[in-house]
Design a protein around this ligand. Structure first.
Ligand code: 1QQ
Length: 378
């Protein structure tokens, strides 16, 4: 009897050993993703959409995964404040021990949180940071959001070709990494394109009254107003420009901060005709985008925006990296697999990272028409 049970035991051990050495067993387990978005504070309009986009992707990935790797997401709110970003990064990395982080919403926060992840060897995928100098933080930092450096030159060239503006006023926030970075790119391209900059005006985060600057801008009689702002301030600027009598024929041209439907919600009719550079437009007809727009609209009863689309894609990219690495928890292996992603089918098109771990696809130019972002075509 004793000998028989011993035999059974040995056969089990032998079988186990065989299973372990018989090539790559499919890894199951939970892929813990820390997801940091601005759910409250000035950037909440972006963060709320991002969370919805991410949740839709997680649902779909987990439904398709069966007994393979499942995503276990830990959502955190950075409250649009860099210090809160630091707090939640530390919690996710050291407390929850996540394998990878998606976020944070703002470049202004990423600039100080991402070095923490880099130091800890935790891969980060930004899904909305567009300022310069983010992926340069280190080799664990990636993004699927097109930079202002890629989007804005296309916006200015396309708009200038159609509208033929020669002299513009530039208006930007000088206390935020994204608004400053957008301003730098706008200025460089305007100079390259030979457009005269009549004046440069600034505002600060949280400002509500833009009439002193807009009154000066109006007096300078520009052909267009170039504005680098997050959506809270952008909405106020657009509304007040029209209230002060700056004619609709003088277009306001913005960067990524303008990309939220909160602009139309807050500024209403005044937002009509605003021109915005973007990474994505809802009208893209590739099958994955059609499905995304349909699924999202059914789930949330409203159309998705670019931030939802990029967050949705971000979850898929991270998941692909984990399954390629065949690991739910090896941070370095997931980083390495992410760096190698090539021609992945996404709603943004075939997705690959550049050498510098940035997104690599064509930008679009949009115009607000009938309360929606339409592809710019005048
Ligand atoms: C950034 C941005 C914001 C407009 C989006 C959240 O692009 O902070 O980089």
């Amino acid at each position: 009897m004793k000998r028989a049970s011993c035999l059974v035991l040995w056969s089990v051990v032998a079988l186990l050993a065989l299973a372990l050495t018989a090539g790559p067993a499919l890894c199951a387990g939970k892929l813990k993703i820390g997801i940091v978005f601005s759910m409250t504070g000035g950037a909440a309009a972006y963060g709320v959409s991002q969370k919805e986009g991410a949740q839709l992707a997680i649902e779909q990935v987990n439904a398709a995964a069966g007994s393979g790797i499942q995503i276990d997401a830990v959502f955190e709110d950075d409250a649009s404040v860099p210090q809160q970003g630091i707090n939640v990064y530390n919690k996710l990395i050291n407390g929850d021990k996540v394998a990878v982080i998606i976020g944070p919403t703002l470049s202004n926060t990423a600039k100080i949180t991402d070095p923490i992840a880099q130091q800890a060897g935790v891969p980060v995928l930004a899904v909305s940071n567009t300022a310069g100098g983010i992926t340069e933080i280190g080799d664990f930092i990636f993004r699927d959001s097109l930079t202002e450096a890629v989007v804005i030159p296309n916006t200015i060239k396309t708009a200038k070709e159609k509208l033929r503006f020669k002299k513009v006023a530039v208006f930007y926030g000088n206390d935020d990494a994204f608004t400053k970075s957008g301003y730098d790119v706008f200025k460089k391209v305007l100079q390259e394109e030979g457009v005269q900059i009549l004046s440069e005006q600034t505002f600060a985060k949280g400002d509500r009254d833009f009439s002193p600057q807009l009154t000066q801008i109006k007096a300078q009689n520009p052909d267009a107003i170039i504005c680098s702002a997050l959506v809270e301030e952008a909405s106020g600027i657009v509304s007040q420009a029209r209230q002060l009598g700056i004619a609709k024929s003088i277009p306001i041209i913005g960067g990524n901060g303008f990309n939220s439907p909160a602009l139309m919600k807050n500024a209403g009719e005044a937002a009509e005709g605003v021109i915005v550079g973007a990474a994505w437009n809802a009208a893209a007809t590739n099958p994955l985008n059609l499905k995304f727009v349909d699924d999202y609209t059914k789930k949330y009863n409203r159309a998705p925006d670019q931030f939802a689309a990029q967050a949705f894609t971000g979850v898929q990219i991270v998941y692909k990296a984990a399954t390629t690495a065949n690991s739910a928890d090896n941070r370095k292996a997931i980083r390495d697999a992410m760096a190698k992603i090539k021609d992945m089918d996404t709603l943004l098109g075939k997705f690959s990272f550049t050498e510098g771990r940035d997104a690599n696809h064509s930008p679009v130019v949009q115009e607000v028409k009938g309360g929606k972002f339409a592809v710019f075509a005048r």
